[in-house]
Write a protein that binds this ligand. Structure first.
Ligand SMILES: [Zn+2]
Length: 498
């Protein structure tokens, strides 16, 4: 029996298109790694100063289809500097971000060379967080240029993606990374406080990282390390990944095992007693999504418990889960949600500033499907959907009463949401309601077929809302654009008939 129903406008069913699924294998990554830009970083941590000295060499491969006279790179750590105008945290979470009081970080660019020649770089962008390199020549399409950058990172004392706190160091969005080209311009979006405001193509990475041997390291890619008593040097390689993140911990232990031919690691605090349980659910999530949506193409996956401002954060091959989550059910949900992002965001990318719903709604609904298929955790699909519905309706009611109107659009840009609550309810919670409603319309098998199709068609690419519509139209043999639009544009009326 249905507990609720939704009325929606403009649902048009038509079009039968055959479905084709493609298989995947590890060699897929090798294939995807051809003709990509490559990043080579050589960095070392000064643990006392909490600074990182680094050299980065990028072989930038121009795939924009245009001649380029300049290149832009994000300098995300500059969002943590004292005089930044656009902060990566909001007034709602500033206290969680800085338990020891306000602290600042930065990336200082020491020198830049392009094809071996010194470059008079500019610090550009809306909030001076973009490195702009004027080439002095035109880089033809399908040609490469070598960029060499020397930099100094100052890590803030905070629980953000880039920060150190209580024995751990989170290194997310920490190095100069090339801005996406949108056909006309580079996307120089600043580091907004709402959502995960990133947009990047897959590239190949090799990182050499020297740090005190008292730390353990988890990261994107496969780590080979050599240590003496004092220092460890890790050489990490990752092919066809859209970002590169790391976490160092001086108070953790790592447990690992294999699942679906992937090395799965869980790094939790040494005095915790649940490492094996957390590793088990991580392996189960990987295997479940692997068989349900399509093969995870990489050889490693690390789940890291760390001080963190939000519930969790996804990066290619590595996810952060906040140590502040006391409730074990919530902790399990975050692990599964972040692992689902390995399909939605990491393998299939999307512009997370413009189309945040695309990875967050899918990750959240995938989480509900995982628990539906793993009863032992006692989190039923029905309850997860009912919780989403009840909390969504309460939110809409309360905000409608206070403000007189409420935004119910799922497809706003992250900076257009008024605050983190509005963003969460529209992008995560409403996404679960939307997919559950779709389940009433087309059935679960077609939803899974749509997600498989979306995955197979867009792996290693940056997918758009149109790509998502196209995959579902093909897999469901129906034009569902009207259905999705009614949710995304906020015209659907959602009611609880419980
Ligand atoms: Zn998420």
């Amino acid at each position: 029996m249905k507990k609720f129903f939704y009325l929606f406008f403009s649902i048009i069913f038509c079009c039968f298109i055959s479905i084709q699924f493609t298989g995947c294998s590890k060699s897929e990554v090798d294939k995807a790694s051809k003709n990509l830009s490559s990043y080579s970083l050589d960095i070392s941590l000064d643990d006392d100063a909490k600074t990182i000295q680094g050299k980065e060499s990028i072989i930038y491969y121009n795939k924009t289809g245009k001649e380029l006279s300049y290149l832009c790179l994000h300098l995300y750590p500059r969002a943590f500097r004292k005089d930044a105008l656009i902060k990566p945290y909001s007034s709602l979470n500033i206290a969680t971000c800085f338990p020891n009081g306000l602290s600042y970080g930065n990336i200082e660019i020491k020198s830049v060379k392009v094809n071996g020649e010194s470059n008079n770089f500019e610090i550009d962008g809306e909030d001076e967080d973009i490195l702009k390199l004027n080439f002095g020549f035109d880089l033809q399409n399908k040609k490469s240029a070598e960029i060499e950058i020397e930099f100094l990172l100052t890590i803030p004392n905070c629980t953000h993606r880039f920060g150190y706190y209580d024995g751990n160091i989170n290194l997310g969005n920490w190095y100069p990374i090339v801005c996406e080209f949108d056909g006309e311009n580079f996307d120089t979006s600043p580091y907004y406080s709402t959502g995960d405001p990133f947009n990047s193509s897959v590239a190949n990475y090799e990182v050499r990282f020297t740090y005190p041997s008292s730390y353990l390291l988890c990261s994107t890619g496969k780590i080979d390390s050599s240590s003496n008593n004092e220092t460890t040097t890790a050489t990490i390689k990752a092919k066809a990944v859209r970002d590169f993140a790391m976490c160092l911990s001086s108070k953790s232990k790592i447990v690992k095992d294999e699942a679906s031919s992937v090395e799965v690691m869980y790094m939790g605090y040494s005095d915790d007693e649940n490492h094996n349980e957390m590793l088990t659910i991580s392996k189960e999530a990987l295997s479940y999504f692997n068989k349900t949506f399509g093969t995870y193409p990489y050889s490693t996956l690390s789940i890291v418990k760390t001080p963190f401002i939000y519930g969790g954060m996804e990066y290619p091959n590595v996810v952060f889960v906040s140590d502040a989550i006391d409730d074990e059910e919530e902790y399990l949900k975050v692990i599964v949600h972040e692992i689902a992002h390995q399909w939605w965001y990491s393998a299939v990318g999307n512009n997370e500033i413009q189309d945040a719903w695309l990875d967050e709604s899918l990750a959240e609904y995938s989480t509900a499907l995982f628990f539906e298929n793993h009863n032992k955790y006692g989190l039923s699909y029905k309850d997860l959907v009912q919780d989403a519905l009840s909390s969504y309706l309460l939110y809409v009611d309360v905000i409608g009463t206070i403000r007189g109107e409420v935004n119910t659009k799922m497809n706003l840009k992250v900076y257009e949401y008024q605050n983190d609550y509005e963003y969460s309810y529209m992008v995560y919670v409403k996404g679960v309601i939307m997919f559950d409603n779709l389940r009433d319309v087309v059935g679960i098998n077609k939803i899974v077929a749509g997600l498989k199709k979306y995955y197979a068609d867009n792996k290693f690419k940056i997918a758009s809302t149109a790509d998502f519509f196209k995959a579902f139209k093909s897999a469901c043999h129906k034009d569902l654009d009207g259905f999705f639009d009614s949710y995304l544009n906020g015209t659907v009326i959602i009611a609880n008939l419980n």
